[in-house]
Ligand binder design. Sequence first.
Ligand SMILES: Nc1nc2c(ncn2[C@@H]2O[C@H](COP(=O)(O)OP(=O)(O)OP(=O)(O)O)[C@@H](O)[C@H]2O)c(=O)[nH]1
Ligand SMILES: [Mg+2]
Length: 384
Amino acid sequence: MVNPRGATYLARLTPPGKSAIATLSLFGPSAWEIIFKVFKPRTKKPLPILPTPGSVFLGRLGQGHGDEVILGCKTISPMHLEIHPHGGTQVVSMLLEFLQAEGATLCSWQDFITHTTTDPLQSMALILLNQATTIEPSKILLDQFHGAFRLWLDSFLVSITQGDFENALALLVDIAKYSFLSSRLVDPWKVVLAGPTNAGKSSLMNILAGYQRSIVSEVPGTTRDVLWLETAIEGWPVSFADTAGLRNSSDPLENAGMLMGTNAMEQADLVLWVQDCSVAEILPPVLFNNKKVVEVINKIDLDGFNASRLRKDSMGISALSGLGVDALLSKIISELVSPIPKPLQAVAFHPLLKSALEKSKEFVDKGRLLEVPKLWVSFQKNQN
Ligand SMILES: Nc1nc2c(ncn2[C@@H]2O[C@H](COP(=O)(O)OP(=O)(O)OP(=O)(O)O)[C@@H](O)[C@H]2O)c(=O)[nH]1
Ligand SMILES: [Mg+2]
């Protein structure tokens, strides 16, 4: 929180646009004074000199023109009020102008969060929460907003100050299991569909999309560009890329497509190596030896499909009928999200937190325990 005795901040928390109601927030030392001047309760009872936290008032905000609003008091020390007017863009602009004319400082909702949240970890979580597009990351971010990471950090720092090296290390090892999530709560995992031409990559893409995202044809070499599809699987954000089939070709355009596909594979968190069960097996290029690869054997609906073609970890599907696609989706999630954090688990929910944890581990390993609290003090200071 920046300078609680200074400015009184005002922000629109709901997005601009047409809606039944909007939410404005007013925070700072003059918040109640401002409201006192421009708000008239609907009942005869006047506003109290100081509201109690949790109290709600119905009345009119404005002088001359105005709107009937619901006014809520969240906290009084510091004073934090919420105003719910009607949601039309012009009504909201008018009320924002009234409040600014009385001395409130208008800011974006992101700045408002930074100015008004005491705990920098909490404001980081809140800003990410707004950007999370799927449910599982949102649950994790809510837990961190409500203090899961803060609690972890407090006990970690207590262990450090008490010189309890063993517990500090155990706490670091435990939280490190979830560090893979730090960059994947907002940005989706990248899953690339690759394999020989005509294996059914584009057909699989379309069944995942639920509409025709890619052109499908029996002509090998149909797909040229890399086509992305952003979706959610079991509540996790995933981006699929359909790529040009790989084969020896003298066509420069087809080769350019294959190169783009190979680049996409290099960035992938997971490659689905798609093959046609009715043709001889082709192994993924050695280039992807360091990648997570799931082998997908497609077209198992064809007569003559032999289940012995499936290796222990390969997934048999029919992109035509959808057979095996649900199991494939579960497999993708088990490859990408492991372990799945239990409710209230502390998670390094931002890449910067992951780096700070790695740095802490380095200090602990080298026995430089005194550096650890300093690191976290400066980390939190930098977030404000
Ligand atoms: N029987 C059957 N045919 C399929 C299946 N999936 C795809 N096909 C057919 O296989 C052919 C190739 O399908 P695509 O999805 O275009 O294959 P692709 O891997 O994207 O091919 P390229 O873009 O050329 O690399 C088309 O005729 C599809 O209808 C399946 O599960 N079963
Ligand atoms: Mg294709």
